[in-house]
Design a protein around this ligand. Structure first.
Ligand code: 2P0
Length: 353
């Protein structure tokens, strides 16, 4: 081994002149969804999931150990974090401190490049960047698997943003000691042969969601009669997705992703009370995607905890798909993403964008 770090492309434990460390990470979009936790404290999911890391909208985070005692300082886009956002970052730092055997407070400065109101979650890129930067600043010296496990504790989907391209996050065994389950739940890269995909992101509504994904997951698992059947079928979807990625079969990848996402939304619609993220504008875009397929364009939709639609297609078709989606959405921005890199530490002076 050369000592190169697989996820970060650099050596772990690297700190800048002021004893801080900076990292960059990108968002990911799940093609096989994570929906439902079996352990809220350890952030263990009921099912395996699989995603594509994007090449747009990175989060850059610097973590520096504070000179004085007191409290952690957390800046999100230059503004002190409050409430739940602050609580989650501090809880994450507590976990890192516990592992490092250090009590020093930290100064966290995180900058997100998702355009304001793009309606895309930043918790995956945010906690992946925080995990890589905090692990380096506190000298944890974790490998990529360890960083993925750690990022998971901040936000489940962040475990996947540690890696570039396609990544699968394992649920781990659902019975047995906590420590074994924790060790078994991490993401790793998934090989994809000859696929040249794009993800066209249609922002149909940039407003905040009515129900947080955490609460929606909880309610779905607790009350939806469709949750178990979807979770069971998701395992088959994942196995078929792996095979489709390996043979570079975009049509199969898209079909499996679309049915898995629609199934996830069906579980929420059947929750009591129902959680409905899909809006009339979402359905218009889904109609546009169907029309593209009738016209012979391989285009497949996936939706997360919100009304925005991400359309998987061939890179060569991305602009045609973007035009169709823009027309169907009537308003709102459209972004084109391609597979992006994994999280990495930044060298001195690099800004990661
Ligand atoms: C996913 N989502 O696989 C799924 C599909 C939304 C729909 O991961 O509670 O922010 O922090 O673990 O990762 C959104 O949930 O949730 C999510 P927590 P997270 O991408």
């Amino acid at each position: 081994m050369s000592g190169e770090h697989p996820a970060t492309g650099t050596r772990p434990r690297v700190r800048d002149a002021a004893g801080g460390a900076s990292a960059v990470a990108h968002p990911n979009i799940a093609l096989i969804k994570y929906w439902g936790k079996r352990d809220e404290r350890l952030l263990l999911p009921w099912t395996d999931s699989l995603s594509m890391t994007l090449d747009i909208f990175p989060t850059t985070t610097r973590v520096r150990l504070a000179a004085s005692a007191g409290r952690d300082e957390v800046l999100l886009d230059g503004v002190p974090a409050r409430g739940e956002a602050r609580r989650r970052v501090v809880a994450f730092l507590d976990l890192v401190r516990e592992r490092a055997g250090l009590s020093r407070r930290a100064v966290v400065d995180s900058v997100n490049t998702v355009p304001t109101g793009a309606g895309l979650a930043s918790s995956a890129s945010g906690f992946a960047a925080l995990a890589v930067a905090a692990a380096a600043a506190y000298g944890l010296g974790l490998d990529a698997t360890g960083l993925s496990r750690l990022a998971r504790r901040g936000s489940g989907s962040a475990s996947r943003s540690v890696f570039g391209g396609f990544a699968a996050w394992y649920a781990g065994p659902s019975a047995g000691p906590d420590r074994e389950a924790d060790l078994a739940s991490f993401a790793e890269p998934v090989p994809a042969g000859g696929l040249d995909p794009a993800l066209v992101i249609a922002v149909v509504d940039a407003g905040p969601k009515a129900v947080s994904s955490r609460e929606a997951m909880r309610r779905t698992v607790a009350t939806s009669p469709l949750y178990r059947p979807w979770a069971d079928s998701s395992g088959d979807d994942l196995a078929q997705m792996r095979a489709a990625l390996l043979r570079g079969d975009l049509e199969a990848v898209g079909e499996i992703a679309e049915r898995n996402a629609l199934g996830m939304h069906a579980t929420m619609l059947a929750a009591r009370p129902a959680v409905r993220y899909l809006s009339p504008a979402t359905l218009s875009v889904l109609d546009g995607v169907l029309q593209l397929r009738r016209d012979g364009v391989a285009a497949y939709a996936t939706m997360d905890a919100g009304p925005n639609v991400k359309v998987l297609c061939r890179r060569a078709d991305a602009h045609r798909v973007a035009d169709a989606v823009r027309a169907a959405a009537a308003q709102g921005a459209v972004h084109i993403a391609r597979p992006g890199p994994g999280a990495r530490l930044l060298g001195e002076g690099e800004d990661g964008r």
